[in-house]
Design a protein around this ligand. Sequence first.
Ligand SMILES: CC(C)(COP(=O)(O)OP(=O)(O)OC[C@H]1O[C@@H](n2cnc3c(N)ncnc32)[C@H](O)[C@@H]1OP(=O)(O)O)[C@@H](O)C(=O)NCCC(=O)NCCS
Length: 222
Amino acid sequence: MARRGAASVVWRAKGGLIKPHFTIEDLTATDSARIEEAARLLHAAFSPLGVWTTVAEARQEVVESVSADRVSRVARPTEGPIIGWIGAIREYDGLVWQLHPIVVDEAQRRRGVGRALVLDLEAILTARGGLTLWAGSDDLAGETSLGGVDLYSALPGAFGAVRSWGHHPLPFYHRLGFQVIGVMPDANGPGRPDIFLGKRLGALDRSTHVTTTPAPTRRPRH
Ligand SMILES: CC(C)(COP(=O)(O)OP(=O)(O)OC[C@H]1O[C@@H](n2cnc3c(N)ncnc32)[C@H](O)[C@@H]1OP(=O)(O)O)[C@@H](O)C(=O)NCCC(=O)NCCS
């Protein structure tokens, strides 16, 4: 498959003793080594939570990410295996994109790799005319204030101040400008919701975005 998206971009991870430079580039269908590395990252991060419990399932997810209606990008250091992978799925005729999924090698976390992957993705999607980027972030382990409660009686108040703890990635999304835009109660079983986070892409001219057409004047029927 032909390469899609922007050219590869060089980034420098922050902090730590080692500061690897890495490029962010398209994952291609023919790059079986990178596909395998991405599958192993996905499996390592999510299998303890009961998702992508085998490398084969994770590999299938990675393979599916390399298609015309998706974006699939990897963070690749100057040497060694990839240290991060991000994907996005085109929705609503390309006005909305779902970030799915994102994973960074555990040994490389909290050094800016995840942020670089999201910013790179945002630039690509903005250039394609995307307006909204969203992600579903499951609460599988009771690590947010939306987990373990009956959301049908708690909403909309529960949206007021969503908190998280443990390893939940909510703070990561918040740091990158996402906000909670919805929640699917019991998506993973009772009290285990999927939390929807979204952000506006690019510098949007609000005046062109939020104007509404006045409803036509209705004539009385008789
Ligand atoms: C979520 C994940 C991709 C973040 O990647 P990362 O490379 O560690 O993120 P970054 O270092 O770029 O962090 C960006 C910002 O978020 C903050 N952040 C990242 N993870 C955080 C966490 N768990 N708790 C609090 N803050 C966090 C960072 O401190 C940084 O803040 P800054 O603005 O002050 O610099 C990574 O932890 C991961 O792969 N987790 C497992 C898979 C996963 O949960 N994916 C998301 C599924 S919805």
